[in-house]
Ligand binder design. Structure first.
Ligand code: ADP
Length: 199
């Protein structure tokens, strides 16, 4: 493989369209909704319903989902701390691009570490792009009882190691803009809560 080019030879090329012009002309609203929570907490379910609701309302919304992204962009990354961090870093960069292009980018990843989520937020804030952290706050017992993909069962049996909530930590957000307690609310209520925050 050729060597990576040195950074001083890579120069940012400013476009002719400002973000403001893009949003006005396209009638768009760029924003990132960053879902975080345990496996089985309801991120994908709510994110999918939210994307459908927004698109039905004519809002350009696009969902980036954990497993889907790992099939493509992040194929080859594992679940150790460094790969998890790189996974989140790339997703944050992609969400930022969608957001800048005028989409409501909806990301649905466990993103268990506070520092990784803080970096995603900082990346957006540095570019003046709205970032909304959505904590899908579902107790571990509820997630484990749901076990939609059978992963908790495997983790308990020791067939999967480093599983968030079992033998890898989940660091809950301290200042999420939205907290969804899915054990006490329906999917429709959770969607309405997110829509109310951004529209
Ligand atoms: P995650 O993406 O966080 O891993 P999923 O959305 O794949 O979680 O799975 C959540 C499971 O919980 C689904 O089977 C969903 O139908 C179920 N569920 C039950 N009640 C709710 C609720 N109020 N909100 C979201 N999901 C719920």
């Amino acid at each position: 493989m050729p060597d990576a080019p040195s950074p001083e030879n890579i120069v940012w090329h400013e476009g002719l369209v400002t973000r403001q012009t893009r949003l006005e002309k396209l009638g768009a609203r760029g924003c990132t909704l960053w879902f975080t929570g345990l496996s089985g907490s309801g991120k994908s379910t709510i994110a999918s319903a939210l994307e459908a609701e927004l698109v039905n309302r004519g809002v350009f919304a696009y969902r980036l989902d954990g497993d889907n992204v790992r099939h493509g962009l992040n194929a080859g990354l594992g679940f150790g701390p460094e790969d998890r961090a790189e996974n989140i870093r790339r997703i944050a960069e992609v969400a930022k691009l969608f957001n800048d292009a005028g989409a409501v980018a909806i990301t649905s990843f466990i993103s268990p570490y506070r520092a990784d989520r803080a970096r995603a937020r900082a990346l957006h804030e540095a570019a003046g792009l709205p970032f909304v952290e959505v904590f899908v706050d579902t107790p571990l017992e509820v997630c484990e009882a749901r076990d939609p993909k059978g992963l908790y069962k495997k983790a308990r049996a020791g067939e999967i190691t480093g599983f968030t909530g079992i033998d890898d930590p989940y660091e809950p957000p301290e200042r999420a803009e939205i907290v969804l307690k899915t054990a006490e609310m329906t999917v429709a209520e959770a969607v309405a809560c997110c829509v109310g925050e951004i529209l």
